[in-house]
Design a protein around this ligand. Structure first.
Ligand SMILES: [Zn+2]
Length: 298
């Protein structure tokens, strides 16, 4: 296990205890979260090393790497994901500068659904996915475009018009080194699109230690608008927009309600639905949505 003693965003060394959570999805082990008193970054510390961390992903319950929907919640997740994929594509098309090349890198490709959609929409695609199991599940049409690490991309001279990281930065051990590499891979005025959960959302406050988006110890960092904006700007990336992910409140509330009550019932589904609506309503003024997409430019 590794303890974090310096904030990777602001270099601060002052932390306050934040919350203690259980790994509901895989190990049922307990993890502590601390908050940087300066930039608001919440950190899972101590956390497993990169090597130790692998076993926390090796579970059939870990849906992100799976295409097979088994439980009711999985089915809802997969249905929403199909809808969300198309919506994500529209976000990319809206924020990408016009380019003849149309080169897109998806960092943290998972089983590759977004990459497949981007390819079918005329993008020249590349993906990075460290999990071998996930890479093997990728559709044939894009399997040759997916690499195991960013190093394999940096060896070439390719530059990208758009780099996407959909719910990935919270999993990355080397935060600063990774964003620097991504920045170098982005062409001048290229678009970086980063989606992460928001620990200042209404659903995070409501569900506390049962908030599904803490997802310890897979989530190593827990961002807010303040910490993510500072993170990107520290690396000379201009934040040009923040886009709400309203649908995330529904899925995260559904899963959180399951963690809270210990089982899944019609009643808890109804409660989670109401809470998701509440979260989105609260965020209308505050912009503190369950998850946010940050649009940044080089
Ligand atoms: Zn900090």
């Amino acid at each position: 296990m590794t303890e974090i003693t310096q904030c990777p965003i602001c270099n601060g060394i002052s932390f306050a205890p934040f919350i203690t959570c259980i790994d509901h999805a895989v190990s049922h082990e307990t993890f502590h979260l601390i908050k940087c008193t300066d930039c608001e970054l919440v950190i899972t510390s101590p956390r497993p090393t990169t090597e130790q961390g692998k076993r926390y992903y090796e579970s059939p319950a870990y849906i992100s790497h799976s295409n097979k929907a088994q439980t009711f919640i999985d089915k809802i997740y997969v249905t929403a994901r199909t809808f969300t994929l198309k919506w994500k594509m529209s976000i990319v098309d809206k924020h990408a500068a016009p380019s003849r090349q149309k080169a897109l890198l998806d960092f943290g490709t998972g089983v590759g659904q977004f990459l497949k959609l981007a390819k079918s929409n005329g993008w020249d695609v590349a993906g990075v996915e460290p999990s071998e199991i996930a890479r093997q599940k990728a559709p044939d049409i894009i399997s040759k475009d997916i690499r195991a690490s960013l190093d394999e991309i940096t060896h070439g001279k390719q530059r990208f018009d758009v780099i996407t990281a959909w719910h990935v930065m919270e999993h990355v051990h080397e935060l600063s080194a990774t964003i620097e590499t991504l920045k170098k891979l982005l062409r001048e005025n290229g678009t970086l699109i980063v989606a992460v959960p928001n620990h200042r959302s209404w659903d995070a406050h409501h569900y506390k230690q049962n908030w599904a988006a803490y997802d310890v110890p897979r989530h190593l960092w827990h961002f807010s608008v303040k910490s993510m904006t500072r993170f990107l700007e520290n690396h000379s990336l201009r934040v040009t927009g923040i886009v709400p992910m309203r649908l995330d409140a529904f899925y995260i509330s559904l899963l959180s309600e399951k963690y809270r009550t210990g089982s899944y019932t019609i009643r808890s589904a109804a409660t989670s639905f109401t809470n998701a609506l509440r979260s989105n309503r609260y965020a209308k003024k505050s912009m503190e949505y369950s998850s946010l997409i940050y649009i940044a430019h080089r």
